[in-house]
Design a binder for this molecule. Structure first.
Ligand code: AMP
Ligand code: MG
Length: 406
């Protein structure tokens, strides 16, 4: 039986980044860019005013000047300053030729002379100003040809904004993996229904689809497969069209746990079955090559909701990150100080729902009361899972514990 790190490595060994494709910029949040993007223009593209005020020549000094034009953002000045005069200018408007500073409107006073000409009086302090005051020069932040966003970058809002500035409405990026979700079990009913005797709602589908979405991938819910070979096989075949197929239930030792054998029958090669972990020991992983360059990764998660949730975070999420080209693909953990003693039951490394808090002297973690792998309510009270590596052991308060936020 594999240990968790070995199982994660086995999953990542089988997963390679998806082939980049052209993606609409607005759809690209969280994706990984697969091309270097260079600026095709300077930023800013022209000398512009940083303030609302008057464009002047500092050599004219603290004078009272005729206002010969008003330029708003988006307009081009038609006049040049080749004699003592001022041009009123708004923030973001192109600087008139001849001007070497802009005086904020609040530092000036305006009047109209007898002929109806607007005049502006500049304050004395402009005498000491340096050329360029309140002007943003063309290309100061970026020069045409500069690298703006490098291939391999994760597209956050600021990268999307920068790409929008240079007009990249389409970018080459690794697309979101399509992840089919198939819940199995004769006891399951859709969540809109009131379960009859012996039945429960299919909560895993909603939870797993949300985990998939949170990981940046696109979930495809496939509904409920009955514990019946032909029906299960037909749903598996549908799921194998996706990049990843995540099943829940049917991977244990029960009479009707047909998932591993029906996956094999569908041509999925088993990579591992069972990992030394609690919850989630029966977890199954395999692959099916659909062409020389594409394959479907298949995860059979145990049906108990917390097992499904934990196994998703441990094994499926790193796989999705690898497909998307995110690096590192592995989950990251923090070391935290245990606030209260905790005793583990059973003989496996346990991922225990826990509360992680950040304190001035470092992170602290507290186990959330938990009755076991069906207890989703404990996960609602938790924000992380704490790894207790050895079973049947009491961990003293103050022990340093590895914690994975979720
Ligand atoms: P299994 O892994 O199929 O043996 O299921 C283990 C436990 O998880 C059983 O108590 C199931 O009823 C429960 N279970 C299985 N699938 C789901 C599901 N989709 N939603 C909620 N509970 C489930
Ligand atoms: Mg079942």
């Amino acid at each position: 039986m594999l240990e968790v790190p070995e199982a994660v490595a086995a999953v990542l060994h089988e997963a390679s980044p998806l082939v980049p494709s052209s993606i609409v910029l607005q759809e690209a949040l969280g994706l990984v860019l697969a091309e270097d993007i260079h600026a095709d223009a300077d930023s800013p593209p022209f000398d512009k005013s940083l303030v609302d005020g008057f464009a002047v020549r500092l050599t004219d000094g603290a004078a009272t000047l005729s206002v010969i034009e008003v330029v708003s953002a988006g307009q081009i000045p038609t006049q040049v300053l080749d004699q003592p005069a001022a041009i009123q200018i708004m923030t973001g408007a192109p600087l008139p030729i001849g001007a070497d500073a802009v005086v904020q409107i609040e530092f000036t006073s305006s009047l109209t002379d007898a002929a109806g000409q607007t005049l502006v009086s500049l304050p004395n302090k402009v005498a000491s100003w340096k050329p360029g005051t309140n002007i943003l020069r063309q290309g100061v932040s970026t020069r045409r040809g500069d690298l703006v966003v490098a291939s391999g970058s994760e597209l956050r809002p600021q990268e999307l904004g920068a790409l929008a500035e240079w007009g990249r409405a389409l970018v080459l990026a690794r697309r979101r993996p399509r992840v089919a979700v198939l819940a199995t079990g004769d006891e399951l009913v859709p969540i809109e229904q009131t379960p009859g005797p012996g039945k429960i709602r299919n909560s895993n589908e909603t939870m797993l689809c949300a985990q998939i979405r949170r990981a940046g991938a696109d979930p495809i819910p496939l509904g409920i497969a009955r514990d019946e070979r032909a029906h299960l096989r037909q749903r598996i075949d549908a799921g194998l069209q996706a990049d990843v197929l995540v099943l829940s239930g049917g991977v244990s030792m029960g009479d009707k746990d047909f998932v591993p054998s029906e996956l094999s029958a569908a041509g999925v090669r088993q990579v591992f079955h069972k990992v030394n972990v609690k919850p989630g020991k029966p977890v199954w992983f395999g692959i099916r090559d659909t062409s020389p360059t594409s394959r479907t990764l298949v995860f059979g998660l145990p049906g108990n909701p917390v097992s499904s949730m934990v196994c998703f975070e441990l094994f499926v999420r790193p796989a999705l990150r690898r497909l998307m080209g995110v690096s590192p693909a592995e989950f990251t953990s923090v070391k935290a100080r245990l606030t209260q003693p905790h005793t583990t039951k059973g003989d496996r490394p346990t991922y225990q729902p826990a509360g992680l808090e950040w304190r001035e002297d470092g992170p602290i973690v507290t186990a959330v009361p938990w009755v076991g792998s069906s207890d989703l309510r404990a996960t609602v009270a938790a924000n992380s899972m704490a790894l207790f590596p050895i079973g049947d052991q009491t961990y003293a308060a103050g022990s340093i514990i590895e914690v994975i936020a979720w």
